[in-house]
Design a protein around this ligand. Structure first.
Ligand SMILES: Cc1cc2nc3c(=O)[nH]c(=O)nc-3n(C[C@H](O)[C@H](O)[C@H](O)COP(=O)(O)O)c2cc1C
Length: 233
């Protein structure tokens, strides 16, 4: 039995943990190569099939996402499943308003190219989630966030990446939508006070698979070496 097979999501029974700790897994060269492939083939997906996603698969991915790192073990991520047509309409209207403003920042050819980009899958994605950070959580007892309270927000992002990769291992696509008014979506989703909006995720089976990002394929922005250099001090 794996140390992950028991107890609540992300929690490990101390006995199982002790047994597992005595015999840690070896991630061999074959696994490393497959993991590199996973990273290369994770995509931001905006074109989804309409087929349902088995709720058990979503539950499994939510369990895996519980293994993500978080400041002080605070686990500040809060999920809202956006299911009703009425609420999705509000999110879509929110996106359209924000995207119109965003489009206004470009001129000429760039504006024309921007208008052709597909930047969300809200109409079609069978599952949609808003992710919030509970900035009021007491879990973690403040460790690591006294001088940087935003470390809570970063923890939610770390969880999202975990979920994104886990979904991809099942062939499930995830698309991140940030062209939204965070205040409006917080009000529209009627979440508890103190929850900060972090991300809107569209989830479903992708129509197509690509090793190159959509924005590269559509000549918006190539990958570059930005961020690859490491300063030495
Ligand atoms: C914080 C964040 C916000 C994003 N917001 C959007 C968005 O609003 N619309 C969109 O189409 N893609 C969005 N993306 C996806 C990026 O455009 C995408 O990750 C990037 O183009 C690289 O493509 P890849 O994820 O397929 O490698 C977002 C990604 C991140 C990490």
């Amino acid at each position: 039995m794996s140390a992950l097979d028991n107890k609540a999501p992300g929690m490990i029974d101390p006995q199982a943990a002790a047994a597992a700790n005595a015999n840690p897994p070896v991630f061999d060269a074959a696994f490393q190569a497959r993991f590199a492939e996973l990273l290369a083939w994770r995509r931001d997906v905006r074109r989804f099939r309409r087929d349902d996603v088995d709720p058990a698969l979503i539950e499994h991915l939510l369990d895996l996402a519980q293994l993500a790192p978080s400041v002080g073990n605070s686990q500040p991520w809060r999920w809202v499943s956006v299911d009703s047509a009425a609420t999705r309409d509000k999110v879509r209207a929110n996106f359209l308003r924000c995207n119109e403003i965003a489009a206004g920042a470009y001129q000429g050819e760039r504006a024309a190219l921007y208008a052709r980009l597909k930047l969300e899958g809200i109409d079609v994605a069978p599952r949609q989630f808003a992710l919030f950070c509970d900035r009021t959580t007491a879990q973690g007892l403040g460790v690591g966030r006294q001088t940087m309270p935003e470390a809570l927000d970063y923890s939610v992002v770390a969880m999202i990446e975990t979920f994104w990769l886990a979904a991809r291992t099942h062939g499930l696509g995830v698309g991140w939508v940030s062209i939204l008014d965070p205040q409006a979506i917080t009000t529209e989703l009627d979440v508890p006070a103190g929850w900060k909006f972090i991300a809107y995720l569209c989830v479903g089976w992708p129509v197509e698979q690509h090793v190159d990002p959509e924005l590269v394929r559509h000549h918006w922005q190539d990958r570059t070496s930005a961020g690859r250099d490491v300063l030495s001090r």
